[in-house]
Design a protein around this ligand. Structure first.
Ligand code: BTN
Length: 129
């Protein structure tokens, strides 16, 4: 079956855009994330991401995880874990689950600091395309 490739430009159902670089030999990758939605309604900025794909890369539907630092406009952090699939039509899909950690002022507020959700990404354009 065809291999799913993580590198390239992706969009999710919330209209966020993400560009993932070529993978390193050990499965590491970097990229940039532009979210359209924000916790506080602040103006989103392009944010750096770093992740790893599970090796060996020869598998058709690799699993991966990455972290986005929203440094430029927020002190929150998000981690995504997911799997890359190629649909029967040839369309590539990233199915992910995320944890969004918001900075709270004290341990008493810790209970409300983490959100969980899901995002589906589809490819916007092929790597180098
Ligand atoms: C913030 O607002 O403090 C950071 C931005 C959070 C954006 C979240 S991360 C999970 C979900 N998926 C997206 O593409 N955007 C939101």
């Amino acid at each position: 079956s065809p291999q799913c490739q993580l590198s390239g430009l992706w969009r999710n159902e919330q209209d966020s855009l993400m560009e993932i670089s070529a993978l390193t030999d050990d499965g590491g990758f970097q990229g940039e994330y532009l979210t359209r939605v924000t916790l506080a309604g602040s103006c989103p900025r392009v944010s750096p991401l770093k992740g790893a794909q599970q090796q060996p890369s020869e598998v058709a539907s690799p699993t991966f995880a990455f972290t986005v630092r929203w440094d430029m406009f927020s002190n929150a952090t998000t981690t995504f874990a997911g799997q890359c699939f190629v649909e029967a039509s040839g369309r590539e899909v990233l199915s992910t689950t995320w944890l969004l950690r918001e900075a709270v002022g004290s341990l008493e507020e810790d209970w409300k600091a983490t959100r969980v959700g899901r995002n589906i990404f589809t490819r916007k354009r092929a790597p180098g395309g």
